[in-house]
Design a protein around this ligand. Structure first.
Ligand code: DGY
Length: 421
């Protein structure tokens, strides 16, 4: 155990590029938004100063309108596509033009608490500056991605969800043309078996969307109007709501009276929006396709993510825990990102079935908040066991426990340190 904890720290050290951590060498050679937030929580366990640095380096990429981009290209690398020239954004440090789940606010609370406990000098100043950055990003979310006040924030690109090729996007993505003005030169399949990655056709659509939004000059309103893909996502909304609750906590010390009210208003709006997405007949929450007006039926991990933010009633809690148990049946390791009974299930292909440590981290946290301590523990222990058997891989095959994707993965190392406690 001691050795494995050392090994986890060694991965973070190895993926350190100077105050920020790449998800893994070569496959993901820049700073990624939600990866860094999870990594900061891992660092907070043993080095609060370095944990702050991770978040501070991420907000070097924050845009004037408040958006925190999904990739910050601090230093060049030729092992990744699409690089800064494809995105064509105008920030002083090159960044992508889309965002990712706002785990940032959750991380900030934990980093702050660890720093105070460790007696780190300047903790108040550092938290205060990052609190303002987080608040600006939450305002951006509501303004840019919930202009109609549904209480749900929308993604305009599957990459924003973090779950790139999830079956949740299949119906909506099929409407996106495969034509691109950018020449596609995939690099990922040179690092990882193509059978574990999104398909070429997915990439054509991913890049079609990038071309479309770049042609909008990355202006949020123009993108909203032009978007051929627009999903009010329960996973994104749940993470934003939870991060808002964590910011409300920090606002008691770092916020003004107006900011405290503003955050509670945001929180209420998001909780109301999420609560309306519960489908008792499915025992889960569902996202909303804003182009077709239809519910997103595909069962994926996203359907349980509202637990990190909402307090379920007894009937909902029983239904959700039974459903999560059902998804585990017959598997070596859970929770699968798509259940094995779904026709879309592919146990090795990225977000179409494999188990991800950070997803389990959030779901277990949500189960615990909702009083399902036993199931939360089992998910955490299952994750720790999978990592101990297969290593710090990007993700795991639920049917075999095999480690897949990139190896020496930063967020898996962070998840290990957090979940084994
Ligand atoms: C990728 O390139 O695979 C990423 O998930 C996009 O952020």
């Amino acid at each position: 155990r001691f050795d494995r904890d050392e090994a986890a720290r060694a991965i973070l050290a190895r993926n350190d590029r100077g105050g920020y951590t790449v998800p893994t060498d070569r496959l993901y050679p820049f700073q990624w938004n939600w990866d860094s937030a999870f990594v900061a929580i891992g660092f907070a366990l043993f080095d609060a100063d370095r944990a702050y640095r991770e978040l501070e380096r991420l907000v070097e990429g924050q845009w004037d309108d408040g958006m925190i981009p999904h990739i910050v290209f601090h230093a060049p690398s030729d092992t990744y596509f699409p690089g800064p020239e494809v995105w064509g954004t105008r920030h002083r440090i090159p960044t992508s033009g889309i965002t990712q789940p706002p785990v940032f606010g959750m991380a900030l609370r934990q980093v702050h608490e660890a720093a105070v406990k460790a007696g780190l000098p300047q903790a108040q100043e550092r938290t205060s500056a990052l609190f303002q950055a987080a608040l600006r990003s939450h305002r951006w979310w509501l303004r840019a991605r919930d202009p109609d006040s549904l209480g749900l924030v929308a993604i305009l690109h599957p990459w924003e969800s973090g779950s790139d090729n999830s079956p949740a996007w299949d119906v909506a993505l099929a409407r996106v043309p495969t034509t691109t003005t950018t020449t596609i030169r995939r690099k990922d399949t040179g690092h990882v078996d193509a059978a574990m990655r999104p398909r070429d056709e997915d990439y054509q659509r991913f890049i079609h969307l990038v071309d479309t939004y770049r042609d909008c000059g990355w202006d949020p309103q123009r993108q909203w109007a032009a978007a051929p893909f627009k999903i009010a996502d329960v996973q994104m909304t749940a993470i934003l709501a939870r991060a808002t609750a964590d910011l409300m906590h920090l606002a008691e010390t770092f916020g003004s009276a107006e900011e405290r009210t503003e955050l509670s208003d945001i929180h209420r709006r998001l909780l109301d929006g999420l609560a309306r997405r519960w489908r008792p007949e499915l025992s889960r929450f569902v996202s909303l396709d804003l182009i077709s007006g239809e519910d997103v039926d595909a069962p994926t991990q996203a359907c349980f993510m509202p637990l990190v933010a909402l307090r379920l009633d007894d009937v909902q809690r029983k239904a959700v825990t039974a459903e999560i148990e059902r998804w585990h049946q017959g598997l070596i390791v859970g929770l699968p990102t798509t259940p094995s009974f779904s026709p879309a299930f592919e146990p090795k292909r990225y977000w179409r079935g494999p188990v991800w440590a950070v997803v389990n981290w959030l779901i277990a946290d949500g189960l615990r908040l909702n009083g399902a301590e036993d199931l939360a523990r089992r998910i955490e222990q299952g994750t720790v066991g999978a990592i101990e058997r297969a290593g710090f891989c990007e993700y795991f095959d639920p049917t075999t426990g095999e480690g897949l994707g990139g190896d020496a993965f930063s967020w898996t190392a962070a998840a290990y340190m957090v979940l084994r406690r």
